[in-house]
Design a protein around this ligand. Structure first.
Ligand code: NAP
Length: 277
């Protein structure tokens, strides 16, 4: 089994340096894939109301036989559940589907600024944490301005901001802001899904130097940036490959070279304009 190291969040909770994305892992096959990841050593599982697989994630937690306290289950409040009481109701709904009595990390999935309710949603999450429904609270797809507003309005700093992050979109300014405020960065689409990233000549060459695959090189780059990647794979061999990135290190120059692949977002997922319900 691969041992994935952890860091400590700003609320004292442990948080793995790499986790499993579960988008599109559904049904019995999905449960088996998630169980295989847990048996490989994954401890952080990323789901959301909108992935419609919270049941599968909870089932995999039970089937894995791994102590519940070792696992960090993340879910996310969708846009249609924004609002103070709605957030608490959404969390209770997720707990029901997961079949668990606690969510370890609860996020706001998208800020949906035109709706104007993310501060209220955040207040509901603070309340849910006080009620013991969730252990840590954070956000996803928040900009610096939105994070500043949450902190100024409530005094509670999110533990995590899960954002689009990969070599094509390294998010240097946002990561610096997170570091300044003690917010852990988490990378979604860390492999730049559906792009040609893994075929980039630079990555192929550096992978040969380190005797690893381009995928491992990219995931190691996330780890060294101080961001937790959550690669999704349905396949147990690829899950193992993806988690096996703690036995080599890139030089600072190599990290810089990979960041130099920057060219922008994968699709038009700008949180100032893109909204999801
Ligand atoms: P990703 O993890 O960057 O890429 C997943 C794709 O890469 C899958 O098609 C997978 O196929 C393939 N893959 C995985 N490991 C591989 C390997 N070693 N070699 C070759 N191909 C490999 O993309 P993602 O699923 O979009 O992002 C990861 C997770 O982030 C999601 O599952 C979800 O949990 C989260 N997410 C969050 C948001 C948000 O708004 N907060 C948005 C998007 C995603 P196989 O399954 O066949 O291996």
């Amino acid at each position: 089994m691969i041992s994935i190291p952890s860091v400590t969040l700003n609320d004292g909770a442990p948080f793995p340096e790499l986790g499993l994305g579960t988008y599109n892992l559904r049904g019995d096959e999905g449960v088996s894939s998630i169980v295989s990841a847990i048996h490989t050593g994954y401890r952080l599982l990323d789901t959301a109301v909108n992935y419609e697989n919270e049941h599968e994630v909870g089932e995999a937690v039970r089937r894995s036989g791994v102590d519940r306290d070792e696992l960090i289950v993340t879910s996310k409040i969708p846009g249609r559940h924004h609002g103070r009481q709605q957030a608490i109701d959404s969390i209770r709904g997720s707990l029901g589907l997961l079949g668990l009595d606690r969510i370890d990390l609860q996020l706001i999935h998208w800020p949906n600024p035109s709706v104007g309710k993310y501060v209220d949603t955040w207040l509901g999450m603070i309340e849910a944490r006080e009620q013991g429904l969730v252990r840590s609270i954070g956000v996803s797809n928040f900009t610096e301005a939105m994070l500043t507003e949450l902190i100024d309005e409530t005094g509670v700093v999110p533990a995590v901001n899960q954002v689009e992050l990969h070599p094509y979109f390294p998010q240097a300014a946002l990561r610096a802001f997170h570091a300044e405020h003690g917010i852990r960065t988490e990378s979604w689409s860390p492999l730049a899904r559906r792009s040609e990233l893994l075929n980039e000549q630079l990555l192929r060459e550096l992978a040969v130097v380190h005797d690893v695959t381009p995928t491992q090189l990219v995931l190691r780059w996330h780890v060294q940036l101080g961001s937790t990647p959550i690669p999704k794979s349905a396949d147990s061999d690829r899950q193992r490959e993806n988690a096996n990135v703690f036995g080599f290190a890139l030089t600072d120059d190599q990290v810089e070279l990979i960041s130099g692949l920057e060219r922008g977002r994968l699709w038009d997922g700008d949180p100032n304009t893109h909204e999801e319900m």
